[in-house]
Ligand binder design. Structure first.
Ligand SMILES: [Zn+2]
Length: 125
């Protein structure tokens, strides 16, 4: 898998999570683009499986990215619902590329998150 393929796969997954509604104020985010523009990203994205070194897990704990709604409520985008075959491809890529590039999984996944955000803003569907 190349960076571009991984970024595209994650983008498609996250775009599929919309529309999304803030549980507190009811604000509706129609698209991933709207969500990126209107929320404030917080924290780093953690892949629990990568942190555990559980690269071929059959029961993924997944990854989660947090952002704050303008009302201050923290919302999360997760990898829940991604097919296991895709999760394994991503984890394999993370394992190989963290070793090759000398990055932590948190740094590498942060890079993927940045790239997804960048592409969604530059090139909305
Ligand atoms: Zn809200």
């Amino acid at each position: 898998m190349t960076d571009v393929e991984i970024i595209q796969m994650m983008r498609e997954h996250f775009e599929g999570l919309f529309p999304k509604v803030c549980p507190k104020c009811g604000r509706r985010f129609a698209t991933l683009r709207e969500y990126i523009l209107d929320t404030q990203r917080i924290g780093t994205t953690i892949s629990y499986d990568a942190e555990m070194g559980d690269w071929e897990t059959t029961q993924p704990m997944g990854a989660v990215a947090h952002a704050n709604c303008p009302c201050g409520t923290t919302m999360a985008l997760t990898t829940d619902g991604m097919p296991l075959s895709k999760i394994h491809l991503v984890l394999k890529w993370v394992k190989e590329e963290t070793e090759r590039r000398g990055l932590s999984s948190e740094e590498l996944i942060g890079y993927v998150r940045d790239e997804v955000r960048k592409r969604v803003l530059i090139d909305p569907v």
